[in-house]
Design a protein around this ligand. Structure first.
Ligand SMILES: Cc1cc2nc3c(=O)[nH]c(=O)nc-3n(C[C@H](O)[C@H](O)[C@H](O)COP(=O)(O)OP(=O)(O)OC[C@H]3O[C@@H](n4cnc5c(N)ncnc54)[C@H](O)[C@@H]3O)c2cc1C
Length: 395
């Protein structure tokens, strides 16, 4: 019997404190990387399956229907939350992929530690020669009995400094065209041969990394999906990522049109909106915010609780546009005081450019919307059907 909104609220009120106005959930990674607070939060919620309500109860969920899960997610937003950024890849990308594609043993091994925060995952997709053109990934995986031996390097790996597992796409067959010779693996980040080098971002984040992989042995039991399914799983994972970036954490998906968002209220409270030009700009940012909310609701309705599709690219574009408009205007409104590091909104301002890149660039999202939503002709591709080993590469 599904719980009503009142019952959900009652149960959560026993577990979680009331929200503190200064603390917000973030998936930016711009902030604390406070693993401990997130772990305690997830550990508190896992017994009732509240964090991942649609997952099976044996794996840390509560077998909720999409409608009940939406009520729970909405209710959670009313309580104090931790920064769940460190846990985002596990909860939002790997978890759904394991539920759809994992073996029973893999689901038992990995889902619960994702749900209770005891294991953190990172996404090892991008390489120096494979970003937007991810199908060009060159990390090699060669079979050796019941194991695979991985060699190569990944870059822009967020959370690399503290992850337990990496979801890693590697090339298992160079004779096939680039999209077909890839396979997905779960790599134990403590394996001999893994070297993680931090790359500091301009917003101060320290968890961003380059990962060098030398003769790293991965059991075939840790292969995710079938041999050669790596591209399909990559696309599925990226769709989950875009839906997450386009989702509630960035102000999308909330159909509430009552009252002003807190950032607009803060600008008004600081007297910034007395100026008519500032007011006009603020309304522009607010309209983008509302359009983002509505686009995200539409995209999640289209997905109807199933795997997200290309419509997630539209909501990612909207959220990034709304986020950047807010961050840049906030900086302008702050005037000279905004030049100080640590001034209100500074972290968002320094993070904003990366929003158009992570999870696939704005240009790539527009290509996806054009080709897969609007049905426009595909971008020309000269190497789609050639064996990977015959492709021209920069090195
Ligand atoms: C903050 C942050 C976190 C990230 N975290 C991760 C992570 O955890 N794991 C991971 O694997 N990766 C991660 N990435 C990498 C990210 O996915 C890539 O940076 C992104 O896909 C772009 O790839 P690239 O940097 O190689 O740029 P390129 O692909 O070289 O693109 C350069 C420019 O060319 C444009 N371009 C390329 N192809 C086309 C095309 N076909 N049509 C039009 N324009 C095009 C791009 O839009 C861009 O402007 C992260 C990136 C950032 C900034």
């Amino acid at each position: 019997m599904p719980l009503s909104a009142e019952q959900i609220n009652e149960e959560l009120s026993v577990l979680l404190p009331e929200p503190d106005a200064d603390t917000h959930s973030t998936v930016l990674g711009a902030g604390s990387d406070d693993l401990e607070a997130g772990r305690i939060y997830l550990e508190t919620l896992v017994a009732g399956g509240w964090m991942v309500p649609e997952w099976p109860s044996e794996h840390g969920g509560r077998d909720a229907s999409p409608a009940e899960a939406a009520l729970i997610t909405e209710a959670l937003g009313r309580y104090q939350t931790a920064d769940l950024y460190p846990y985002g890849v596990g909860l939002n990308l790997v978890g759904p992929v394991l539920l759809a594609r994992g073996t029973t043993a893999q689901q038992h091994r990995w889902l619960r530690p994702i749900a209770d925060g005891s294991e953190v995952w990172c996404q090892m997709f991008s390489e120096p020669d494979a970003g937007s053109d991810l199908a060009n990934a060159g990390m090699r995986a060669e079979r050796d009995g019941d194991e695979w031996v991985l060699n190569g390097s990944k870059v822009w790996t967020s959370r690399g400094t503290y992850s337990t597992w990496g979801m890693c796409v590697a090339r298992t067959d160079t004779a096939l065209p680039k999209h077909r010779g890839l396979t997905m693996f779960a790599v134990d980040m403590s394996s001999p041969g893994i070297e993680v080098r931090p790359l500091e971002q301009m917003n101060g984040d320290q968890h961003f990394t380059e990962v060098f992989v030398s003769d790293v042995r991965v059991s075939d039991e840790n292969r995710l999906g079938e041999l050669g399914d790596g591209w399909g799983i990559t696309v599925e994972t990226l769709a989950h990522e875009r839906a997450t970036i386009g989702g509630r954490a960035f102000g999308g998906g909330d159909d509430s049109d009552v009252g002003l968002p807190s950032w607009l209220e803060a600008w008004r409270g600081s007297g910034h909106l007395v100026d008519p030009v500032a007011r006009q700009e603020a309304m522009r940012a607010y309209v983008l915010h509302r359009v983002n909310q509505l686009t995200t609701m539409r995209a999640s309705h289209l997905a109807r609780g199933g795997a997200p599709g290309p419509e997630g690219s539209g909501s990612k574009l909207r959220s990034v546009g709304a986020f950047k408009a807010r961050a840049y205007l906030g900086k302008n409104l702050a005037g000279a005081a905004g030049m100080l590091v640590g001034s209100p909104g500074h972290l968002g301002f320094m993070t904003a450019p990366s929003m158009s890149i992570r999870g696939g660039t704005d240009e790539v999202q527009r290509n996806i919307v054009g080709e897969r939503v609007l049905g426009l002709p595909r971008e020309p591709s000269v190497d789609r059907d050639l064996p990977y080993s015959d492709l021209k590469r920069s090195r």
